[in-house]
Design a protein around this ligand. Structure first.
Ligand code: GYE
Length: 349
């Protein structure tokens, strides 16, 4: 009899133990391994709730960032984290390190956590339909931030806040035509694309081609993905130089980090970036502007990463039940080497 009582006590003890573990982990929706726990990664409910002075329940946003491959991306992450803090919104932040699968996991954990809004920066364009459907079925609105997705049902997301990448490609093409207006001989172009299958890479390439296609002397010699990173930019540019050498007169890099990598290997190869090879890049980071002041980059098409305030405003509108436009595009410009000196001090990223 006594043995049975002791056994029952143990069973009750274990049950209580498992229940308490279950409760404490349920407030933490994403496993620590896929969370980038930076400044305002708001997993600590108590801290955030205390900060919130009014009695309204705090808004919770789950944000799946695609990675940290470039200066643009890091500025984008900071902008979103700062804007959440500013708005008193709790942000669950997950860094997918370029893995779409990790983005799916993060979104599932946000759904489980019953966040108010999910924001996602999709690493590539395809494959989003099923996971967005899961969010829709759970009744959680989704905002796409920065990059676009290919889905047949546009009601799977509320809005997309991000740049017009096609237009950016066109701006790069127009600059090139103008720069080469007195050039009668053949102009060989190489292109460093971004992440294969990502919307900025697809659209920048398309816009650029659409603009230069009628210029008979402009030819794209080679075009390869270099993942939007400095290291890969170096590697792919080195291969281009090995194959086409001095035939290369122009480099169109889909972002600044790859352009900076390419500049280093062009110099190693004994050519002058910005002179022997005209360089056009996208983003507009401070480092790229510094290169422009030295004449090593000729033009930068701006792509604005500071999307945080717009994103948090959209979250507020959704919670308030207001309708948003399907697309929200931040203001952007083109900067050429002539303007670099004047502008370099104003860069925020
Ligand atoms: O141009 C690049 C980044 O999606 C617009 O991703 C973004 C791009 C940006 O890694 O630097």
């Amino acid at each position: 009899m006594e043995r049975w009582t002791r056994k029952a006590i143990w069973i009750v003890f274990f049950l209580l133990f498992f229940l308490s573990v279950g409760c404490s982990t349920s407030t933490n929706p994403v496993s620590p391994s896929n969370l980038n726990n930076t400044d305002n990664v708001a997993l600590n409910h108590n801290e955030q709730v205390q900060e919130n002075t009014d009695n309204e329940r705090q808004i919770v946003v789950g944000f799946s960032q695609l990675g940290s491959e470039s200066d643009w991306r890091n500025a984008n992450t900071r902008s979103i984290q700062d804007a959440a803090k500013e708005a008193g919104i709790e942000l669950l932040f997950a860094n997918a390190e370029q893995s779409q699968e990790k983005q799916f996991e993060a979104i599932r954990s946000f759904i489980e956590h019953k966040v108010d809004v999910i924001a996602v920066s999709p690493v590539i364009e395809s494959g989003w339909e099923p996971i967005l459907l899961e969010a829709k079925q759970a009744g959680i609105p989704v905002i796409l931030s920065d990059r676009a997705v290919q889905v047949s049902d546009p009601s799977l997301y509320v809005t997309i806040i991000g740049s017009d990448f096609y237009e950016e490609g066109r701006k790069a093409g127009k600059y090139l035509i103008d720069k080469m207006r007195n050039e009668t001989g053949p102009v060989g172009i190489v292109e460093l694309q971004g992440t294969f299958g990502s919307s900025p890479s697809i659209e920048r390439g398309r816009g650029f081609r659409d603009v230069i296609k009628d210029q008979e002397n402009l030819t794209i010699l080679q075009s390869e993905p270099a993942d939007f990173t400095y290291e890969k930019g170096k590697e792919v540019m080195r291969a281009f130089l090995k194959e086409r050498g001095s035939e290369i007169k122009v480099l169109f890099a889909h972002n600044d980090d790859m352009a900076l990598g390419a500049i280093d290997v062009i110099e190693e190869y004994g050519l002058r970036p910005g002179k022997d090879i005209v360089i056009i890049s996208v983003d507009g980071t401070r480092k790229a502007f510094e290169m422009m002041t030295e004449g090593k980059i000729n033009a930068v098409v701006e792509c604005n990463p500071l999307l945080g305030p717009m994103l948090m405003q959209a979250v507020g509108e959704i919670i308030a039940g207001r309708t948003l436009p399907k697309r929200i595009v931040p203001p952007e410009s083109v900067f050429t080497e002539e303007l670099a000196e004047k502008e370099v001090g104003n860069r925020q990223y």
